[in-house]
Design a protein around this ligand. Structure first.
Ligand code: C2E
Ligand code: SIN
Ligand code: SIN
Ligand code: FE
Length: 398
């Protein structure tokens, strides 16, 4: 799971390809392609592709624009020479022309071309001479954005070979951009569904879904403080809300009982870990797999005295050691049907005292190292959680 954000991409060896033979260029293109397919993060991939393009095409600059269909603008994801995000209306400019026609535009003298949008140069202080502008199209032929290379070095303008190379690169970029956009959409839908379903389980014993929202954010902050890979902290944010989903199988009489539970009721209540594990078992999705481990193990204790299996130390998955702390912290600082809220100081003391017995001491250290951030996203009067996480009233009696 551990991976460096730039895995597979070595520093560029040279800034110019003018000395390369056609075969040399082809080799370079293939080498880049191999690296690009290994890179899943758009934030790393697009700058890399912009640099590769600049080198292969002997251009001074490369800009990548992403099309925002609903607002009818192009916005620059990458633009060499400027840190600002450029937003270009679809009404003017070579980039807009590229979207409208869906064809490569090879401009030999920008200032003589009436379609050229001088605003961009005015904003960036750059002098554009030649432009090769190619549409980034998905497999259905829809335009997702534009790759532009500016100011060919040495020769007068970009040639047919440059157009071919750019077509290969934009084809790869389109696949990457489309994948990333689909991935974001799916992740958003999954996150939304998880929160709604977890809230359904939650509302059996609490009236809002705030507990799960707070504890998932706290879990992600702890994971970050532990220097876990980014995928891990991203995943724990989505996986942890489901930790108590097994409470769906526990009777309301127990969960909303105002006082302490009897031995028998405690035995029954503890089964929520097993039920949760069963509900989430057998998924091929890594987030659901993580949530299964969390549901099953979030009441295990570091010294082996927890339930349901009495696992100890590293036998307990790291994600469960993290959520165990986040869950208890939230339970302590908030009122429950069976108890009042503890003060923050009392709660923090109980967490600290639990290091080594209930909690992994490393997780406790991580928690305290980011206490300010944790209080900001979980404190009783934190502005961030005071907004309803769910459409108002979905938990109201009907
Ligand atoms: P929960 O209310 O979300 O509490 C989660 C965990 O926070 C508890 O796991 C426990 O480790 C910790 N915790 C909560 N309140 C206190 C407290 O006052 N003191 C201390 N030292 N720790 C606290 P636990 O005990 O395994 O309970 C799991 C779930 O079972 C609870 O979730 C709650 O839904 C239910 N439950 C536990 N005890 C009682 C009880 O006495 N009465 C009722 N009605 N429900 C209970
Ligand atoms: C244009 O698309 O017309 C101008 C783009 C640029 O100079 O980067
Ligand atoms: C692990 O146990 O899963 C690795 C990191 C840790 O122990 O905290
Ligand atoms: Fe629980």
């Amino acid at each position: 799971m551990k991976r460096s954000r730039n895995a597979g991409i070595r520093p560029l060896r040279s800034r110019s390809a003018s000395s390369l033979s056609p075969i040399g260029k082809l080799e370079r293109l293939l080498e880049y392609s191999r690296k690009n397919f290994a890179e899943r993060h758009l934030d790393d991939l697009l700058p890399e592709m912009a640099s590769q393009t600049r080198i292969l095409l002997d251009a001074d600059r490369c800009s990548i624009f992403i099309l925002d269909k609903s607002r009818k603008v192009l916005w620059s994801r990458i633009a060499h020479g400027t840190k600002a995000t450029l937003t270009i209306p679809l009404t003017k400019g070579i980039a807009a022309e590229t979207v409208k026609t869906g064809r490569v535009q090879n401009i030999r003298d920008a200032y003589r071309d009436p379609r050229f949008n001088r605003d961009v140069d005015r904003d960036t202080g750059y002098r554009t001479r030649t432009i090769l502008s190619a549409p980034m199209k998905n497999l259905q032929g829809e335009v997702l954005g534009v790759f532009q290379v500016l100011n060919k070095r040495g020769t007068i303008s970009f040639g047919p070979e440059d157009e071919k190379i750019l077509a290969v690169i934009t084809g790869q970029a389109a696949v990457a951009v489309e994948n990333a956009q689909l991935y974001d959409q799916v992740r958003e839908a999954v996150s939304d569904t998880i929160l709604r379903l977890s809230a359904a389980a939650e509302c059996k014993d609490r009236d809002t879904g705030r507990h799960i929202l707070r504890m998932s954010r706290v879990s992600a902050v702890i994971a970050e403080a532990l220097d876990c890979p980014k995928t891990f902290s991203d995943n724990i944010l989505l996986a942890s809300p489901m930790h108590d989903i097994g409470k769906l199988g526990v009777s309301d009489a127990i969960l909303s009982k105002p006082g302490r539970l009897t031995e028998e009721e405690i035995r029954e209540m503890r089964k929520h870990t097993i039920y949760g594990g069963r509900i989430l078992k057998g998924s091929s999705n890594e987030i659901i797999q993580m949530s299964e481990r969390i549901a099953l193990c979030h009441h295990e204790k570091f010294d082996g005295s927890g339930y349901p299996r009495g696992l100890a130390g590293k036998e307990i998955p790291l994600e469960a050691r993290i959520t165990a702390l986040a869950d208890v912290f939230d339970a302590l600082t908030n009122r429950r049907a069976y108890k009042d809220a503890y003060s923050l100081d009392e709660s923090l003391k109980m967490i600290r005292d639990g290091a080594g017995s209930h909690f992994d001491p490393k997780v406790v250290d991580a928690f305290f190292s980011r206490l300010d951030d944790i209080l900001a996203c979980s404190g009783p009067d934190s502005a961030e959680v005071s907004a309803e996480p769910y459409p108002a009233g979905i938990m109201d009696p009907v």
